[in-house]
Write a protein that binds this ligand. Structure first.
Ligand code: NAI
Length: 410
């Protein structure tokens, strides 16, 4: 039995899924194949990914290939109730409600793995962590795939301690994932979230981007495109030079806190912006986070030290400081592109989720030979997704002649 907000919302959810499907040609092609070949017949899959329309379409594609799906979200604010309703209405078991408490969130994840599970599709590692609390359960699982950087870091730590009990495919590390999803996807959708929630101008503002990895590079590039003055903070000297060469100012967060108008964190780290930074910020700044967990902008510090708080606009909480300044947090400091917008554009998730679907097929076909490690997605799968994406865009590229291959191998 699904646990969702309201099944009557299903029509709106179906409309959203139909919309994204049109822009996900690679996944659509896989769906056509899977309907015929049924590669997942009899396979039970627990999935925990931000529950919006693109994810729902992935769920439908896997189900069309024969899988029985148990679905939950991967963040309380990113779940869309109408999309959850559409899946439940289609007969898929869903455990997710928007804005649930953390207790409910944990309960939903537990529900998704309550039955016997063969495969795990995770985003951030919460599902895998919970499964490993029950060694008996973990030992029955064939393997899984992880969607994001933070999840991969957690999984690698488990593998290093010798605790990982099944192989996990590192979808995030495939080129067709992080090059496009983390960079361009988060870049565009984070600004979508910040702009639609605040309805303020970006041009001319000083935007402070914490980190200069895949996610934060994309956010900085799009801020630049919107006409902002971009400041980058980093802990890695090489990334810092890269930011400088890309034309951005680099400074510490202590310095940046004083000059920024809009802050976006995307580091995967914690306590990137804390009280000592809040103390020196300008009145009216916007604070947001695009990293996986809501610990980059310390909302805990704001909750503790502010004299009061008030909702300034839908999804923007204003924290009033003792001197009267108001610091505005978007989407509770959770991933701004999902908590305050609809996540990455469909065309980008087309590649990420095609990788997920093909990784799952690979896992089923090869699991007996795989170690209990974090495993790279085979290059052939990455290239297949890229080729199909190009085909869908009607773009041809050159190929090497034998003569050229010989020349390059000399
Ligand atoms: P990455 O490893 O490519 O980049 C992280 C960067 O942050 C690195 O350059 C690192 O040196 C820097 N960094 C770490 N701690 C820092 C600190 N305290 N101050 C300043 N810089 C710091 O990782 P990636 O792929 O960019 O992912 C970052 C986070 O975003 C992860 O939590 C990931 O799971 C999440 N993510 C979020 C998405 C979304 O839809 N919002 C999509 C994809 C990833």
């Amino acid at each position: 039995m699904s646990i969702i907000k309201d099944i009557n919302l299903h029509k709106l959810g179906e409309q959203k899924i139909e919309w994204v499907k049109k822009y996900m040609p690679v996944l659509r092609g896989l769906e056509e194949e899977f309907v015929k070949t049924q590669p997942f017949a009899g396979v039970k899959v627990a999935l925990s990914i931000h529950l919006e329309a693109k994810t729902a379409y992935l769920v439908k594609v896997l189900a069309a290939g024969g899988a029985t799906m148990y679905v939950t979200g991967s963040n309380p604010l990113s779940t869309q109730d109408d999309v959850a309703a559409a899946l439940a209405h289609a007969g898929i078991e869903v455990f997710a409600t928007h804005n649930c408490t953390m207790e409910e969130y944990d309960m939903y994840i537990a529900k998704a793995i309550e039955k016997d599970i063969d495969i795990v599709i995770d985003d951030g590692g919460d599902l895998t962590t919970l499964i490993h609390k029950d060694q008996k359960k973990a030992s029955t699982i064939i393997g899984g795939a992880e969607e994001t950087t933070t999840g991969i870091i957690r999984l690698k730590a488990m593998a290093k301690r010798g605790e990982l009990m099944y192989p996990m495919m590192s979808v995030n590390d495939a080129d067709c994932k992080h090059l496009f999803d983390n960079r361009y996807g988060t870049g565009q959708s984070s600004w979508d979230g910040i702009m639609r929630t605040s309805n303020l101008v970006i041009a001319g503002k000083t935007v402070v981007v914490a980190g200069y990895g895949w996610v934060s590079r994309g956010i900085a590039a799009k801020a630049n495109g919107l006409g902002a003055n971009v400041v980058v903070t980093e802990i890695d000297s090489i990334k810092a030079i890269e930011a400088i060469m890309d034309g951005f100012r680099v400074m510490t967060m202590d310095e940046a806190a004083k000059v920024g108008d809009i802050f976006v964190t995307g580091t995967g780290c914690k306590d990137v912006i804390i009280q000592k930074h809040f103390d020196t910020m300008k009145d009216g700044v916007l604070l947001s986070n695009a990293g996986h967990f809501d610990c980059e902008v310390s909302v805990a510090d704001l909750e503790k030290n502010s004299v009061s708080k008030k909702e300034m606009r839908k999804n923007i909480m204003g924290y009033v400081q003792a001197d009267g300044r108001i610091l505005n947090v978007i989407g509770e400091g959770r991933l701004v592109n999902l908590a305050a917008a609809d996540g990455h554009p469909a065309e980008i998730m087309d590649m990420s989720f095609a990788l997920q679907a093909l990784s799952m097929k690979y896992l089923l076909e090869n699991h007996k030979d795989l170690e209990n490690e974090v495993l790279a997605v085979p290059r052939e799968i990455d290239l297949l997704v890229a080729q199909r994406k190009l085909e869908s865009l009607d773009v041809n590229i050159d190929s090497l002649t034998q003569d050229q291959i010989d020349y390059l191998n000399e």
